[in-house]
Write a protein of this length. Structure first.
Length: 392
């Protein structure tokens, strides 16, 4: 019989940096700052950390964080290469490490200099090298896609989005609802880059169409910042006032995960495979979820994950999000902190931070009443998915 991770592991500390556009700090400094903040939140000294996972980013090594944290003995290190799905996949790795006694306290820390550093796309050789380092199958990208101008995520995902619209004829208003809901939620988060920056329906509709069907406000924020999560075994939970337990966790990959146009079903997503396993591990139903922090690199990705996780059928997500269903007081509040669309794009670890605050009852004016069970997702690369179900 397979041994389950359910309720064997907990998150005991979370931390973030400020989210800004323009910083002199290196990415290593940002990750270290977020990790130190997570240690302070947990009430442990950074030197107690004995495991480090730095998801996704190629230009910071786990060893680079040892001196800044004062780690006495690094017992476990790891990396997860799944783009925006990496943070939760890394938490699963951390959970395995602490549950089996390989390490006691593992910090998962990630982020990016999305504004000040190199960006996806562009023709500068350094940028092309950056693209190839973080995207799967660089030989294919170099020879079959970049020469024809297929270079940045919104172009890749537009292929998926346009097929979805063609095949299922969903209401385009769904994307606007997601964008405006995330912006409204950001106003309740003091660490949201878009706090205080109001967006009206006219603002959304008049924003530039960048790549059909994505307008400017369908796209996540490029900012500088980082976040961190500390994971430990339940055997250490007695040390902490409000440990948040992992009820279920999983990662999943679509068919032909390194390429979208040639897979049999371009709408195939890894979350479709991960979600059933996470719900089975947790032993709960979708109706029991009190809130969801859904990876929102683009508005349409939120809608598609809602469908592929089984909350509704394909093409029905725009109807699902109508009538206030995904805001505070609705049936399933989504991205209560503003999300990647209106808080910050730091590779999704801020979604986990927000989920922990919600389950501790520390979300202030963004607090979901009686929040007991929360869901967090990740989405990355060409459709990789990850999911964690957390409870207090």
């Amino acid at each position: 019989m397979r041994r389950s991770l359910s309720d064997q592991v907990c998150i005991v500390g979370v931390g973030e940096t400020n989210f800004v556009r323009g910083t002199d700090k290196s990415l290593t400094q940002l990750l270290t700052e977020a990790a130190v903040n997570a240690c302070q939140d947990a009430g442990i000294h950074p030197s107690e950390i004995d495991g480090v996972i730095n998801p996704w980013r190629y230009n910071v090594r786990c060893e680079d964080l040892v001196a800044g944290l004062g780690i006495k003995e690094l017992k476990f290190s790891g990396r997860s290469e799944m783009g925006g799905a990496s943070a939760i996949a890394a938490i699963q790795q951390a959970a395995l490490a602490v549950e089996h006694g390989v390490a006691e306290y593992v910090v998962v820390t990630t982020g990016q200099k999305g504004f000040s550093g190199p960006r996806l796309g562009g023709t500068d050789p350094r940028i092309l090298d950056f693209n190839n380092t973080i995207m799967p199958n660089p030989e294919y990208r170099d020879n079959m896609e970049y020469p024809y101008g297929l270079m940045v995520p919104m172009q890749y995902f537009s292929l998926h989005a346009n097929r979805w619209f063609y095949q299922y004829n969903p209401d385009p208003i769904g994307m606007q609802i997601v964008a405006m809901t995330c912006r409204e939620h950001a106003h309740n988060n003091n660490n949201a880059y878009m706090k205080g920056r109001v967006m009206t329906e006219e603002d959304y509709q008049n924003s530039p169409m960048l790549v059909t069907p994505f307008r400017l406000f369908d796209c996540s924020l490029e900012v500088d910042g980082a976040g961190a999560v500390i994971v430990t075994s339940k055997r250490n939970a007695h040390r902490f006032k409000k440990p948040i337990y992992i009820a279920g966790i999983a990662e999943g990959h679509p068919n032909q995960p390194d390429d979208m146009p040639t897979r049999p079903d371009i709408l195939d997503m890894g979350i479709k495979y991960a979600a059933p396993r996470a719900f089975e591990m947790a032993g709960i139903s979708r109706d029991e979820i009190d809130f969801a922090e859904i990876y929102d690199c683009f508005t349409f990705i939120v809608l598609r994950q809602i469908e592929e996780m089984g909350f509704c059928e394909r093409g029905e997500a725009p109807e699902f999000v109508k009538n206030g269903r995904i805001t505070y007081g609705g049936q399933l509040p989504i991205n209560t902190h503003g999300g990647l669309l209106s808080q910050a794009h730091i590779v999704g670890i801020n979604h986990v931070v927000e989920a922990v605050h919600q389950l501790r009852g520390e979300a202030g004016t963004a607090q979901v009443q009686d929040a007991k069970i929360g869901l967090v997702t990740g989405y990355g690369d060409m459709g990789d998915g990850s999911i964690a179900i957390l409870h207090n």
